[in-house]
Each structure stands twice: as structure tokens, then as C-alpha cells.
Design a protein. Structure first.
Length: 301
């Protein structure tokens, strides 16, 4: 890795740590939204460095759809135990059982959108006034509109036209009762930055990100894990392929790519040559042209 890249990554690291410390200094009860994906894992690593040698001074919150990859849950539990953090789990299945949300039906049914109501419930019950997220501006056009501190009103709604300026890294943290902030410390990072930082810092990540043999099927041009969580058509038959995942979420909306990249160096080279964004295989982003923005306005991550 060149000296330029090292300097660049250290600048991004310093910026992210500064944002994390600003939140703890100015807000009362933050929480870190943890999905088990590489971006939220990177956030946890940055939080560890921000408060070393002490422990992370806020809990991790995972919204469990009940349709997660087994590897993701196993990694989550192992990481939490290793760093001694408090973990809060919001269950979509419990929300369905209680009538808070309604399970989707049909071939394209997914629990991904149901996470929003569960997230808002956990934020309200925990009285959290700041929620760290691993969103980056290069992921998706709606993400690009957000700043480090994203103000949410008393209904947890986001207004992209009414964002607060962040001149000279000064953040306006004033809020009314019931309002909160979503905080995105790695906003200025790219997918490549994340992978290079993971390699530099030797951060552990789930094996789902590395090439492995898995039974998958194709739907609308996306390779999906052949799982019991899908309502499959007769024509959708599973086939074993060598694949990996560029982004990890709910099984029903997380697409795989055919790949032989089994090391971090190979993944970095693959990302450098990729012509499709990492969310190009996310089925939830394909529901409408403005899918992500509409979900964010409703309180999504």
C-alpha cells in the first residue's frame, strides 16, 4: 500500500474518530447501529480506537429480521463478547407477532422494510438521542445527500431540503424533546477506503465476504442465496456456485456475485475493477427509483 494511501486512510480515520468523540461530548445517549456488515464493523473498530484503553461508552443495536445469515449472527455475538460491549437486539419477528408490522407476502416478500418500525421503537424505548450508522455517500444517491449529523424530527423523519450546515467541522446538536440525530462518521469513505482500512488494521470480518461455495438462484438478474426464507417460483432452481457478498443484509435482499476473491488483496483488486456499485445486487434498492430516499424519510437507517 502506497504512502499516499496510508496518509489518506489515516486522515479518514482521524475525521471519523473526531465525529464519534463529538457525539459523546455533546449528546447524552448515543447508540451504534450494528448490522454485522463491513461498514458497521469498521465503525466499531473506530469507536474502540476513539476511547482506548476504555471500553466503547455506548451499546450496539442490531435490528434482527429473523432472516439473517447464520454467519452474520455468529460473528456479531463473537465480536460483542470480544470487546465487552452491550448488545441490544430488536426483533422483527417479535414485532410481527405483536401486530406492530405486517409480514409481506408474494414472491418478492422481504422483511427488510419492516426493520424501520422496529428501529424506531428501540430508539424511543431506549431514549437514544444519537444513532451511529455506517452509511457512506458513495453507496447510493440518497446517501449522498446526508451530512455527518443528520437531524431527525419527533417522528424520526429526515428532510433532505432542511439540513444543517457543517462549516469548519462545527456541528449543531440542538434538538427538541423526542428528536434525535443519525450520525455517519464514515460518510467521506468509499468502498475501496473501507477495504483498504480493513486490510491495514487487520480487522476481522465475516467469511461471507470471501469467496465460498454456496447454493444460489437467479431472480431479476440477481444471485440470491437459496434459502427457506424465499417463496420461490418453480423456475427458480438452486445451483452451486463460487460466490461472495459485497454487502450484507437480510438474506432475501442481499445479492451475491460470482467471485474467486478469497483474500483481502484479491477483494481490493476486484473492487478496483468493478463496474457495478456494491449495492447493485441489493434487491431492496430496486423496488422503485427513489426506494432508499423514501425509506430514509420514514426513519430508515
Amino acid at each position: 500500500m502506497s504512502s499516499f494511501n496510508l496518509t489518506h486512510l489515516k486522515q479518514l480515520e482521524a475525521e471519523a474518530i473526531f465525529v464519534i468523540r463529538e457525539v459523546v461530548a455533546n449528546l447524552e445517549k448515543p447508540v451504534l447501529l450494528f448490522s454485522g456488515g463491513k461498514d458497521s464493523i469498521t465503525l466499531v473498530h473506530l469507536a474502540k480506537k476513539a476511547f482506548y484503553p476504555g471500553k466503547i461508552p455506548f451499546p450496539l443495536l442490531h435490528i434482527d429480521t429473523g432472516h439473517n445469515f447464520e454467519e452474520t449472527i455468529a460473528f456479531r455475538d463473537s465480536l460483542v463478547q470480544e470487546i465487552g460491549a452491550k448488545l441490544i437486539v430488536g426483533s422483527v419477528q417479535d414485532a410481527i407477532d405483536q401486530g406492530l408490522v405486517k409480514e409481506e407476502t408474494g414472491y418478492n416478500a422481504s422483511r427488510n422494510a419492516l426493520q424501520t418500525a422496529v428501529l424506531l421503537k428501540e430508539l424511543e424505548e431506549g431514549k437514544f438521542d444519537a444513532a451511529f450508522g455506517g452509511a457512506r455517500r458513495d453507496e447510493e444517491k440518497a446517501r449522498a445527500k446526508e451530512r455527518f449529523f443528520s437531524h431527525r424530527d419527533e417522528f424520526s423523519q429526515w428532510d433532505p431540503k432542511n439540513q444543517r450546515p457543517e462549516l469548519w467541522n462545527l456541528f449543531n446538536t440542538k434538538k427538541e424533546i423526542g428528536e434525535h440525530f443519525r450520525i455517519f462518521p464514515i460518510s467521506n469513505w468509499t468502498e475501496m477506503d473501507v477495504w483498504q482500512y480493513i486490510a491495514l488494521e487487520k480487522i476481522k470480518i465475516p467469511n461471507l465476504y470471501f469467496s465460498h461455495k454456496r447454493k444460489v438462484f437467479s431472480r431479476d438478474g440477481v444471485l440470491l442465496s437459496d434459502s427457506e426464507f424465499f417463496n420461490k417460483r418453480e423456475s427458480e432452481t438452486g445451483t452451486e456456485k463460487i460466490i461472495r457478498f459485497r454487502t450484507i443484509g437480510d438474506v432475501t435482499c442481499t445479492g451475491a456475485i460470482e467471485s474467486n476473491a478469497s483474500t483481502l488483496e484479491e477483494i481490493i483488486n476486484e473492487v478496483a475493477a468493478a463496474k457495478i456499485t456494491e449495492r447493485g445486487g441489493r434487491a431492496d434498492d430496486k423496488r422503485s427509483e427513489a426506494a432508499m430516499e423514501e425509506r430514509k424519510k420514514q426513519g430508515y437507517f
